[in-house]
Design a protein around this ligand. Structure first.
Ligand code: C2E
Ligand code: CA
Ligand code: CA
Length: 778
C-alpha cells in the first residue's frame, strides 16, 4: 500500500542523515587525533621505560666495573665492560630516541646527555686498564679514575631514574587529562547532536510517520470502502497501483498484479484513446491541476463500461509533477438512465416519433442553416387528423391510441428516412423535410394524403382518418421556428376550412389574413359596442314536438361598408385584448332586453335564451357581480338565461371553473356545455361538472349518416347524458336523415340550418311565434 510522502517530507530524513554522518566523521577524526596523541605518549612512555631499565642496569654495571677494576679482576671486568658498552650503545642508538633531536627542555633527556662525560671516562680508563700497558702507578690511577668517574656516573644515573619517575607520572597525568578531554568533548558533541539535530528531527519524523500512518489507514479505508477503482501512478518509477475494485469493475485479475499503465490503456475504447492520452499528458506536464473524463472502456469479457475518470497531479518542490492519482467511477447506469431520459425528452411516448420540443429544435437548426447556406431548402408540414376525437369517443382511448400509432407508422413508411416526423400532441403531427422543394413537398403531400385514404385496421374496426396538411417552404424571411410553425398552422387551418383531406401551401394571402387579424384587433380596440355589434338568434327546437324551445344569441360585428366579421375570428381576439368583458356584458344585457321584449310579444315567459360566455369572461373576477347586477335588473328572466361554456374552457381549467360553475348555477343560471366532442372530456367525466345542457358539436353529427360506429356513440352519449339528467342539444342539424336518427335516439333538442340560420331579432320572434311547424311537418 502506498503512503503519501510529499516532497517536503523526504528532506528531513536526508538532512538528518547528512548531519549524522558529519557528526560521526568529526567524532572519528577527533578520536583518531586523540588516540594518536595518547599512542604517542604511551609509546614514548614505553620507550622511556626501556631506557630507564637499561639505565638502572648501567648503574649496576658501572658499580661492578669500579669494583672489578679495584680487585683487578680483568676477566670479569672485560665481560662487564662489554655489557656496559652494549647497554650504552642501546641507550644511544638502540632505541628510537635520536639524541640530537631530543627535546632539550626535557630534564631526563638532558640528563642523559650529561651522562656522556663520566661514561666516556669510565670506558677509557677501563680499556686502558685492560690493555695492561700501564705502570703500577698509572694502574692505581686508572682504578682511581674509574672509581671517581663512577662516583660521578652513579648519582647522575640515579637522578635520571628519579627524574624519569617524576616525568612519567606527569606524562600519565597529561594522558589522563587528554583522555578525559576527548571523552568530555565526545560526550558534549553527542549531547549537542542529540539536542540540536536528532531530537527535533526524530520528533518531526515521528510526527510524519504518525501522519503518514494515518494517511495510509485512511487511504486503505477509502480504497476498501470506495465503489470507485483507485489508481496511483508514480511517475518517477513509472509504476501504477490499481486498487482491488478494478478487478470487480473490469473482470481482469491481472490488473491488480500489474504496475504498468498499459494494463489500463488496453481496456480503453479506441475512440476514447486520443482524448485520454491528451488529458493525461496535460496532467503530467502540469498544464492542468486535475482531469475529469467520461469515457468508454471494455471489461475483459468485452462488455462496455462507462467510467468517470478523475485524476490530480502531485508536484515536488520544484514544481515537477511526480505522481498522478485518481479514481474511476462506474457511471454505466447513470449513462443509460440519462440516455433513456434524453430519449424520453425527445420522443413522443406513444408513437415513438419525435416530440414537439425536439421537432422545434430541428426546425430551428434548419432555419439557421438556410440563412447561412442559400442553397439549403427545408419544408415543414403541419398535419391535423380529422375525426380522431370521434374515434376516441366512439371506440375508446385504446383504439384511439392505436390509430395514432398506425398513422405514425404509415407516415414513417411513406416518408424519406431523412425527414423528422413528430407528434406535437393529440392528433397533430409535423414533418420536417430537408433538402426539399415545392415539387418534392407536393409529391410528399400527395403520397401522404393517398396513404391516409386507406383504412387503418384496428382490432375488428376499419377506420379512415384523413388529414389537413399545412405546408411552409423555406423562405428568407423566416428567422425563427415560431414564425415557421405559425404559418404552417395557418396553412393547415386553411386546408381544414377549405374542406379537409388536402394540403395547403402557406401563401401571403394567409399572411394577409394574419395582417387582417391585426387590423381587426385595432378596430376592435376602438369599436363602439352598442353601435357596431348586434345579436342574431338561432332557434333551438324540441325534436319531439317541433316547438321552438328558445334561441341561442350569436353576436355579429358590423365593421362598416356592410362588411361583417365572424365571431369565430373576433371573439378570440376580443379575449386576447381584454375587450371581451365589455362586449360580453353588453351581449348578456342585450339578450336580456330581447327576451323581455319577446316575453311581452309572446304573452308568456317560457322562452329560453342561450348566451355564449367565453373562458376569459368566466374567469374574470368581476363576472359573478355582473351576473348579480343582471339578476337585479332582470328578475323576470330568472332561470331562463342558459350560459354556454365551451368544452375546452371547462376542461382546461377544471379546478377553477367547477366551483365557479357551481356558484353561477346556484344563482339561477342553467349551464350548457358547448361543442361537446371537440375537446377532451370523456363521457364518464361528465357528471363531475355542474351542467344542465349538453350541446353535441356539429362535427360529430356530420358522421351520423355515413358511419354506423358514430351512430352508436351518439346514441350512447344521448342515453348517458339523459341518465345524468342533462338535456341534449344536437348542434348543426341540417338534414332530414340526421333529424330522423336523432329522433330515434331520443335526442331532445336540435339546432341548425335545418330549422333556421341565426336570425335577426324580428325574424327570430316570428319563428318563435310558430315558424317551424311547417318545416317539421315537411
Ligand atoms: P357556437 O356557440 O357553437 O355557435 C354555433 C355556430 O354554428 C354558429 O356560428 C352558427 O351560425 C353555426 N351553425 C348553427 N347551425 C349550423 C348548421 O346547421 N350548419 C353550420 N354549418 N353551422 C351552423 P357563429 O354564429 O359564426 O358562431 C361561431 C362561434 O362564435 C360560436 O360557436 C361561439 O363559440 C362564438 N360566438 C358566437 N356568438 C358569441 C357570443 O355572443 N359570445 C361568445 N362568447 N361567443 C360567441
Ligand atoms: Ca354556442
Ligand atoms: Ca356549439
Amino acid at each position: 500500500m502506498k503512503t503519501d510522502p510529499s516532497a517536503s517530507d523526504i528532506c528531513p530524513i536526508r538532512s538528518l542523515r547528512t548531519r549524522y554522518i558529519t557528526a560521526l566523521l568529526i567524532l572519528a577524526a577527533l578520536s583518531i587525533i586523540a588516540f594518536a596523541g595518547i599512542e604517542k605518549v604511551v609509546s614514548q612512555g614505553g620507550e622511556w621505560g626501556r631506557i630507564i631499565n637499561v639505565a638502572g642496569k648501567q648503574r649496576m654495571l658501572s658499580q661492578r666495573i669500579a669494583k672489578e677494576a679495584e680487585r683487578q679482576d680483568y676477566q670479569s671486568l672485560r665481560v662487564t665492560l662489554e655489557e656496559f658498552e652494549d647497554a650504552h650503545a642501546m641507550l644511544i642508538s638502540g632505541s628510537e630516541v635520536d639524541w640530537r633531536e631530543v627535546d632539550q627542555s626535557k630534564t631526563v633527556e638532558r640528563m642523559f646527555l650529561e651522562l656522556e662525560v663520566p661514561y666516556q671516562a669510565i670506558v677509557t680508563a677501563a680499556h686502558d686498564l685492560l690493555n695492561q700497558d700501564a705502570s703500577e702507578t698509572s694502574l692505581a690511577e686508572l682504578v682511581s679514575d674509574i672509581a671517581q668517574s663512577e662516583s660521578l656516573y652513579l648519582p647522575k644515573m640515579n637522578a635520571i631514574v628519579g627524574q624519569y619517575e617524576i616525568e612519567a607520572k606527569a606524562d600519565n597525568e597529561m594522558l589522563v587529562r587528554i583522555d578525559f578531554g576527548v571523552m568530555s568533548f565526545t560526550l558534549l558533541v553527542l549531547a549537542l547532536e542529540a539536542f540540536i539535530v536528532f531530537e527535533p528531527a526524530a520528533r518531526k519524523l515521528k510526527a510524519q510517520w504518525t501522519q503518514s500512518r494515518e494517511n495510509e489507514l485512511r487511504f486503505q479505508l477509502a480504497v476498501q470502502g470506495s465503489q470507485d477503482a483507485i489508481w496511483d501512478w508514480d511517475l518517477v518509477s513509472n509504476k501504477i497501483y490499481y486498487s482491488p475494485r478494478w478487478v470487480a469493475m473490469f473482470h481482469e485479475e491481472r490488473l491488480i498484479q500489474s504496475d504498468s499503465i498499459d494494463a489500463w490503456v488496453k481496456l480503453i475504447a479506441s475512440s476514447e484513446m486520443n482524448n485520454f492520452t491528451n488529458q493525461m499528458e496535460r496532467l503530467k506536464l502540469g498544464q492542468v491541476d486535475q482531469i475529469d473524463i467520461e469515457m468508454e472502456m471494455r471489461t475483459a469479457k468485452g462488455d462496455i463500461v462507462y467510467v468517470l475518470c478523475r485524476g490530480a497531479g502531485l508536484k515536488d518542490k520544484n514544481g515537477e509533477v511526480i505522481r498522478l492519482a485518481g479514481s474511476l467511477a462506474d457511471v454505466t447506469e447513470q449513462r443509460k438512465t440519462s440516455e433513456t431520459l434524453r430519449e424520453l425528452a425527445e420522443r413522443d411516448g406513444l408513437t415513438g416519433l419525435a416530440n414537439r420540443a425536439f421537432f422545434r429544435e430541428r426546425v430551428e437548426l434548419a432555419v439557421s442553416r438556410s440563412q447561412s447556406d442559400s442553397k439549403f431548402r427545408y419544408v415543414v408540414l403541419y398535419l391535423d387528423f380529422d375525426g380522431f376525437k370521434a374515434v376516441n369517443d366512439a371506440l375508446g382511448h385504446n383504439i384511439g391510441d392505436e390509430l395514432l400509432i398506425s398513422i405514425s407508422d404509415r407516415m414513417s413508411e411513406t416518408l424519406p428516412a431523412s425527414s423528422v416526423i413528430a407528434r406535437l400532441g393529440g392528433d397533430e403531427f409535423a414533418i420536417l423535410l430537408t433538402e426539399s422543394s415545392r415539387v418534392h413537398a407536393t409529391s410528399v403531400c400527395d403520397t401522404l394524403l393517398e396513404s391516409f385514404q386507406m383504412p387503418h385496421k384496428l382490432e375488428s374496426h376499419e377506420i379512415v382518418s384523413t388529414a389537413s396538411i399545412g405546408v411552409v417552404l423555406a423562405e428568407e424571411r423566416y428567422t425563427n421556428v415560431d414564425d415557421v410553425m405559425r404559418d404552417a398552422d395557418a396553412a393547415m387551418y386553411e386546408a381544414k376550412t377549405n374542406g379537409k383531406s388536402q394540403a395547403q401551401f402557406f401563401d401571403l394571402d394567409m399572411h394577409k389574413k394574419a395582417v387582417k387579424r391585426l387590423s381587426v384587433e385595432n378596430k376592435l380596440h376602438i369599436a363602439d359596442i352598442q353601435q357596431d355589434f348586434k345579436l342574431l338568434y338561432q332557434p333551438l327546437v324540441n325534436l319531439d314536438t317541433g316547438e321552438p324551445e328558445g334561441v341561442e344569441a350569436l353576436v355579429r360585428w358590423n365593421v362598416g361598408n356592410s362588411e361583417c366579421v365572424n365571431p369565430d375570428v373576433f371573439i378570440p381576439i376580443a379575449e386576447e385584448i381584454g375587450v371581451i368583458q365589455k362586449l360580453g356584458t353588453w351581449i348578456l344585457y342585450e339578450s336580456g332586453r330581447t327576451l323581455r321584449a319577446w316575453d311581452r310579444e309572446l304573452g308568456h315567459s317560457n322562452t329560453i335564451m342561450h348566451v355564449n360566455v367565453s373562458k376569459r369572461q368566466i374567469l374574470h373576477p368581476g363576472f359573478i357581480s355582473i351576473l348579480q347586477e343582471f339578476q337585479i335588473e332582470f328578475p323576470d328572466l330568472h332561470g331562463r338565461i342558459v350560459l354556454e361554456i365551451t368544452e375546452s374552457a371547462v376542461i382546461d381549467t377544471r379546478a377553477n371553473v367547477i366551483s365557479l360553475m357551481e356558484t353561477i348555477r346556484a344563482m339561477g343560471f342553467p349551464l350548457a356545455m358547448d361543442d361537446f366532442g371537440t375537446g377532451h372530456s370523456s363521457l364518464s367525466c361528465l357528471h363531475q361538472f355542474p351542467l344542465d345542457v349538453l350541446k353535441i358539436d356539429r362535427s360529430f353529427i356530420i358522421n351520423l349518416e355515413s358511419n354506423r360506429e358514430f351512430t352508436a356513440v351518439y346514441h350512447s352519449i344521448v342515453t348517458l347524458a339523459q341518465n345524468f339528467g342533462l338535456s341534449i342539444v344536437a348542434e348543426g342539424l341540417e338534414t332530414d336523415g340526421q333529424l330522423a336518427q336523432l329522433q330515434s335516439m331520443g335526442c331532445m333538442f336540435g339546432q341548425g340550418y335545418y330549422f333556421a340560420k341565426p336570425l335577426e331579432k324580428d325574424d327570430a320572434l316570428r319563428f318563435l311565434q310558430g315558424g317551424t311547424q311547417t318545416k317539421m311537418a315537411a
